[in-house]
Write a protein that binds this ligand. Structure first.
Ligand code: 5GP
Length: 183
């Protein structure tokens, strides 16, 4: 066991479960967007591992772009939903079919903000693909078009998700020991 793994209370989603589900999502996206001009928009930093596996599971031509955000205030384990754009897209999304690739939807505030902002740029379509979803925590309704896993209300790390910038490199989703963080 590595030190990082010692910090976990449990593994919630294994590497194999992630890869299996991402293959299914890639199939569904390939079917739904066949013949369309698809642009995947990855929300940094949490979405990078998901994007890199998902795009390899998508069999149709597509482009990718990135947007980096940070949320103001909040705590180290909860977002405030007040979003600051640290890096905007390079691509003009007007008339493109945009699929947002996100790591996790919790209260929904971050994605509500991002989708409202992107809609003003008149994409042909705007949909959301999230690896993880915490339905019990939702405060703002955001329509989720593709969801990898619904998970309980636990703070998770790994596979792109961090706690204070660490644990992103774990190849699975785990729950951090509660004594390691204060909500
Ligand atoms: P929301 O605005 O939906 O409440 O929060 C979304 C953002 O909060 C995610 O993109 C992620 O950065 C962070 N977040 C929410 N829940 C978790 C979690 O369980 N683990 C980690 N590492 N980040 C989370």
């Amino acid at each position: 066991m590595t030190n990082l793994e010692n910090d976990l209370a449990k593994i919630l989603i294994t590497r194999e479960q992630l890869q299996q589900r991402i293959a299914e999502l890639g199939e569904a996206i390939s079917r739904d967007y066949a013949g369309k001009d698809l642009l995947l928009v990855c929300i940094l930093k949490g979405g990078i591992l998901f994007l890199s596996d998902l795009m390899r599971a998508i069999r149709i031509p597509h482009a990718i772009d990135f947007m980096a955000i940070s949320s103001y205030g909040g705590t180290r384990t909860e977002s405030s939903g007040v979003v600051r754009i640290l890096m905007d897209l390079n691509t003009n999304i007007t008339n493109r079919n945009v699929l947002i690739v996100e790591d996790i939807v919790d209260t929904g505030r971050t994605l509500a903000y991002i989708t409202e902002m992107l809609k003003t740029r008149d994409p042909a379509s705007l949909k959301i693909c999230t690896l993880l979803n915490k339905p019990s925590r939702r405060e703002v309704h955001v329509p989720l078009d593709y969801v990898g896993f619904d998970i309980p209300n636990e703070f998770v790390v790994g596979y792109g998700l961090d706690y204070d910038e660490f644990y992103r490199n774990l190849p699975f989703i785990g729950v951090l020991k509660t004594e390691l963080y204060a909500r």
